[in-house]
Design a protein around this ligand. Structure first.
Ligand SMILES: Nc1ncnc2c1ncn2[C@@H]1O[C@H](COP(=O)(O)OP(=O)(O)OP(=O)(O)O)[C@@H](O)[C@H]1O
Ligand SMILES: [Mg+2]
Length: 512
């Protein structure tokens, strides 16, 4: 037997107020695909950041291919042939693929001459070997998120990585891109690479991983052979209780129309209509889902309703009044809550504290400000403490925790907690459970249904068909910026919605 690719032994890492890794052990064999599973805040990213030299552990030993090593920074990791693909890519958008890949180790033919030609050739070869289908000359700004991720993979392969770490690589991908990525994992494995990947999706673990290590609250729980474990068992190991994957819902009692979209056209980033002539209603007490392949106008639709993008033509009526000329702030105050798809850009102020993030939209009001306009910090902290308990937000230093130091899933819970807490008439939730663990998903789904039962109108945008089918009362399939058809939940199934997302109307007619 060759030595394991990676041995992390008794790794401990303490942050203020939290033991992120508590004597964790992890053994990864050469040439295996190993999944890392655990609740939000369990310590997965921390452990991988230690392996890649972004953090130093307080104690513990790391062995790479049998040799004890010290990994003090990412350069040490690279020298040991370890590479990491981060969840938030670090690419320069107006550079080409190859320029990004060689950044920091520019090949030169002689003094001052950058030899991009030979770099391009090598990038093309690597892309070919691993079936990545990346164009070495494409500009990052012109390629999809899925392709950008492959550029990140090429970047580490170019540096001769043979241990590849992925932190939640599938969280930003569409279902089809996920299948493709898992196929790439298998090809990397076939070429002898070792892969560690973090995911919350048990289906992906079943589909791609050989073994899976489970962490809970900073501690090592178990390592299992994936072939012998079922999804329920994995979920239970991870959260320490059984998890229900079924969403309980009472029959629907819908009321007045809260959101009425009429013949809406919105121009997208490419200068052409991303939403064209779209009409849709959402009533009080119902959840309407928008299903569609990424890039069919769902982002622009949400941006237009919330005020982030201007409307070219058509109307958006909130409780009967056209809001297209209203500011974002007055839309918020008028009763729109939004859980945006990009929590870092539109959901949080990462440099603010947790409690401040929880009052981003209400800090000017009583009780968070007094009559003279001064912030009431104890009230803000008390409010945060209540939501931390209610939504099970895990943060080392409680209300004072800086948002940027929180784990990805816990940041997402902060955004959801704030928006639900505002009790908006219209709650728009876009990819709400991205990055959440199965226990947190169960809870958030229940809360969304509760909001509906309290009479809120809910508009849900999601790439997860299971989520759409489980939660929604009506489902609108979007294709090329238009609603191809709307189905009642009872008549909807995966196949039917899938066909509609592909442009077929509910009667099976191809949409113009
Ligand atoms: N730089 C930091 N400063 C302070 N605390 C941190 C820092 N990084 C992580 N933590 C804390 O360490 C704990 C583990 O976080 P980590 O990001 O490793 O979790 P995770 O398992 O990756 O969770 P998720 O699934 O939500 O991404 C959390 O409580 C988090 O708040
Ligand atoms: Mg993480």
């Amino acid at each position: 037997m060759p030595a394991p690719a990676i041995e992390m032994i008794d790794i401990t890492k303490v942050f203020p107020g939290v033991v992120a890794n508590d004597r964790v052990n992890l053994t990864i064999d050469q040439g295996e695909i190993h999944a890392l599973l655990g609740e939000n805040g369990a310590g997965k990213s921390t452990l991988m950041s230690i392996l890649f030299g972004l953090y130093e552990s307080d104690s513990g030993v790391i062995k790479i291919r049998g040799e004890e090593v010290k990994i003090k920074n990412p350069n040490d990791a690279t020298a040991l042939h370890i590479g990491m693909v981060h969840q938030h890519f670090k690419l320069v958008h107006n550079f080409t693929v190859t320029e990004n890949i060689v950044l920091g180790l520019e090949p030169r033919t002689g003094p001052g001459n950058l030899d991009l030609r030979s770099a391009e050739k090598r990038v093309a070869e690597l892309s070919e070997t691993y079936g990545l289908a990346v164009d070495p000359r494409a500009r990052i700004e012109n390629i999809t998120v899925g392709m950008q991720q492959r550029v990140e993979i090429l970047k580490i392969l170019y540096r001769n990585a043979d241990i590849l770490i992925f932190d939640e690589p599938t969280a930003v991908l569409t279902p089809q891109e996920i299948d493709e990525l898992l196929a790439i994992f298998r090809r990397l494995k076939a070429e002898g690479k070792t892969i560690v990947f973090i995911t919350h999706k048990l289906k992906e673990i079943k589909a791609a991983a050989d073994r899976c290590t489970v962490l809970r609250r900073g501690k090592y729980i178990d390592t299992v052979n994936v072939a012998d474990a079922d999804e329920n068992e994995l979920a239970e190991k991870m959260v320490g209780r059984s998890v229900s994957f079924k969403i309980e819902k009472k029959p629907q009692q819908s009321g007045d129309i809260i959101l009425k979209i009429e013949n809406l056209t919105v121009i997208g980033a490419k200068g052409i209509p991303a939403v064209s002539g779209l009409s849709l209603d959402v009533r009080a007490g119902e959840i309407v889902g928008v299903a569609g392949v990424d890039g069919n106008g769902q982002s622009e639709l949400v941006a237009a309703i919330s005020g982030l993008l201007p409307v070219k033509s058509g109307r958006i009526l909130l409780k009967g009044r056209d809001i297209i000329h209203d500011s974002i702030k007055s839309r918020n105050e008028g009763g729109i809550g939004l859980v945006p798809e990009d929590r870092h850009r539109h959901g949080l102020v990462l440099d603010f504290r947790l409690d401040e993030n929880l009052v981003l939209k209400s800090f000017r009001k009583k009780p968070y400000s007094n009559a003279a306009g001064f912030l009431q910090f104890h009230k803000i902290a008390k409010h945060a403490q209540a939501l931390i308990t209610e939504f099970d937000i895990r943060a080392g230093s409680g209300p004072a925790t800086p948002a940027k130091s929180m784990s990805g899933g816990n940041q997402q819970k902060v955004v959801i907690a704030r928006e639900i807490d505002l009790s908006p008439d219209l709650l728009i939730v876009s990819q709400p459970t991205r990055g959440l663990d199965v226990g947190a998903i169960e809870y958030i789904h229940r809360r969304i249904v509760e909001e509906r039962d309290k009479g809120r109108a809910v508009l849900l945008v999601s790439f997860e068909l299971d989520e759409i089918l489980g939660l929604c009362d009506r489902i609108a399939a979007l294709s090329k910026g238009q609603v191809v058809g709307v189905l009642q939940a009872e008549e909807a199934d995966e196949r039917r919605i899938g066909a509609m997302m592909g442009g077929l109307s509910s009667e099976g007619v191809l949409h113009a």
